[in-house]
Design a protein around this ligand. Structure first.
Ligand code: PLP
Length: 371
């Protein structure tokens, strides 16, 4: 498969740069912080855990608890796996070579790369700038769906722009998928992190019989190191295919991660609210920063997610600029080229507690002689 450009870029700098100003996750919890939220029974369950193989679809109590976070899903509809595995296995299991796959663009690379590697033709569905905001064209989707389409892939709130469609656009996407009897894969890793809760979209598993919701604990729940996520879908034949494929990846999940995930899901409201508060504060700082530097950056405010995708207005190429600030200032931002997206964009992440400090570092660099 082709190199995963975002992951390679992070691998280069994530554990060496001092100011990580581009992360898509929120500040991670420590194990003691998570365990402090556990009921005595769950804590005991964790401490006396038997480290044998686990049930392939996931711990039944965890599947039930996750289902309880949806409107209509049952525990049977939820299959636990790492988020990235949820993308990989679903694409491998449900797509056929030669099919068309329509995927939002730009996108987290695996959302289309796994399908491309399987021999599908990728149709990029652009998220574009229009009237000072990000936008999507529903007619584009309507015009590009055909008898050869195998799947539509969306990701809202969107990495990297933070874009979200409105409710009527979301419903139109479902209507198009339904009219054409298509799988609709909805990467909802950033769901619950809408900057205005009124904009929150329903989960796909609750909205469409052939819809697939991908979610996990890495972003809104502050627990990327658990490597626990899930796909939720009502289509039992698709579930059977996905589980069959999982036998060739992880077979089953890590036992400790599942119990810790159960503790997290039981405390979901608190974990998510803490992150929403953090994002709201950091977003305010970002707003003031981009207003102050409107001569250097064009910025379209995000509607959700911890990420946002400003554009560098300087003559320097954004790749050189990103390389320069990480190598000279230890400030890491992600150039838009890792998304194969032109136009001098770069990704900023708002979810970390040291965001004010990292942004202040960039601010003082811009005011200094090199900036
Ligand atoms: C849109 C999107 N989907 C899926 C993932 C994968 O999540 P994880 O790294 O926890 O497997 C990411 C991670 O950044 C993401 O941004």
């Amino acid at each position: 498969m082709k190199p995963f450009k975002i992951e390679r870029y992070f691998a280069k700098y994530e554990f060496s740069a001092k100011y990580l100003l581009s992360c898509s996750d929120c500040e991670s919890l420590t194990l003691p912080e998570l365990l402090a939220l556990a009921s005595p029974q769950d804590r005991d369950r964790f401490e006396s855990l038997h480290l044998g193989y686990t049930e392939s679809p996931g711990l039944p109590d965890l599947r039930e608890a996750i289902a309880g976070r949806y409107e209509t899903a049952s525990g049977d509809d939820v299959l636990i796996m790492t988020p990235e595995e949820g993308i990989y296995v679903t694409m491998r299991a449900l797509l056929q070579p030669g099919q068309d796959v329509i995927c939002v663009y730009p996108a987290y690379q695996s959302l289309y790369e796994v399908a491309a590697d399987k021999g599908c033709r990728i149709i990029q569905w652009p998220i574009y700038k229009d009237g000072g905001r990000w936008q999507i064209d529903i007619d584009f989707l309507r015009d590009h769906v055909s008898a050869n389409t195998g799947m539509i892939i969306i990701n809202f709130p969107h990495n990297p722009t933070g874009f979200m469609p409105d409710h009527s656009q979301f419903q139109a996407i479902i209507d198009i998928a339904r009219e054409n009897n298509l799988y609709l894969f909805s990467d909802e890793m950033y769901r619950l992190l809408e900057h205005n809760p009124d904009g929150r979209l329903p989960a796909m598993v609750d909205s469409y019989e052939k819809g697939i919701s991908l979610s996990g604990l890495s972003k809104a729940y502050s627990l990327p190191g658990l490597r626990i996520g899930w796909v939720a879908l009502k289509d039992s034949e698709a579930r059977r295919c996905i589980l069959g494929y999982k036998d060739y990846t992880t077979i089953c999940n890590n036992a400790a991660g599942e119990i810790l995930a159960l503790i997290a899901i039981k405390n979901a409201d608190k974990l998510v609210q803490d992150n929403r508060n953090l994002l709201a504060e950091n977003l305010r700082l970002a707003e003031a920063f981009f207003q102050r530097y409107a001569n250097i950056f064009e910025w379209l405010p995000p509607l959700g997610s911890p990420v946002t995708f400003p554009r560098l207005l300087l003559e320097t190429s954004v790749d050189d600029w990103c390389r320069h600030i990480v190598e000279s200032q230890s400030i890491m931002v992600l150039p838009g080229s890792v998304y194969d997206f032109p136009g001098q964009h770069f990704r900023i992440g708002l979810g970390r507690r040291n965001f004010p400090e990292s942004l202040a570092q960039l601010d003082s660099y811009l005011q200094g002689p090199g900036g």
